[in-house]
Design a protein around this ligand. Structure first.
Ligand code: FES
Length: 198
């Protein structure tokens, strides 16, 4: 998984996940070569396990079936705008600030009950809400393109521009504190992640 502007904690987490993926690849005969930075290079099993998330001009790698919000945060990008990065429900599906448009295969394909409720609650409302998903409620089942719009809840009309280059200074907005200020506590409500790590 290639990340952008990660904290040391997130770096460690990704490193552990890459190691686990590599072990699975090797066990399945996918070869011993480590994944290339930002890409899948471990034969079929690596490609089967990994998905690409394109977001605001960057592409990060994530594990297939992982929750989109978690995958983005672990990769150093966030579905939250501004102060919503700090003030959000951490994946409970109630705050609505992780609302994004997702192009590509996700599970479930239709709104969950939580999404139906939250995306019909102000400031989300038809017709703009129809294009949105809650990143904390969906899992990536393939390569996806994620679009974030303006506003605290992502309820606006303006599509956010590309992020600064990954290797630029901390002004890129993807520093440790800005994407996952609570560290591991950011993911405590992610049941998919709990299942994968148990
Ligand atoms: S993080 Fe609150 S609804 Fe997704």
């Amino acid at each position: 998984m290639r990340a952008v502007g990660p904290t040391s904690q997130l770096r460690q987490l990704r490193s552990c996940r890459q190691s686990r993926r590599l072990q699975r690849c090797q066990a399945e005969g996918g070869g011993a070569a480590p994944p290339a930075a930002g890409g899948s290079s471990c034969g079929g099993s690596e490609r089967a396990d990994a998905v690409a998330i394109e977001y605001r001009g960057r592409t990060v790698q994530a594990e297939r079936g992982g929750t989109l919000r978690t995958a983005m945060l672990e990769a150093g990008v966030t579905p939250h705008n501004g102060r919503a990065t700090l003030i959000n429900c951490r994946g409970l599906g109630t705050c609505g600030t992780c609302a994004v448009e997702v192009q590509g295969p996700v599970d479930p394909q239709q709104w969950t009950a939580a999404e139906r409720l939250r995306l019909h609650f102000p400031p989300h409302a038809p017709p703009g809400n129809q294009r949105l998903r809650l990143a904390c409620q969906v899992a990536c089942q393939g390569d996806v393109r994620v679009i974030k719009r303006s506003g605290f809840w992502g309820q606006g009309e303006a599509v956010l521009p590309d992020l600064p280059a990954a290797d630029s200074s901390s002004s890129s907005g993807s520093s440790a504190a800005s994407v996952a200020p609570l560290g591991q506590l950011e993911f405590v409500l992610d049941r998919r992640r709990q299942k994968n790590t148990s």
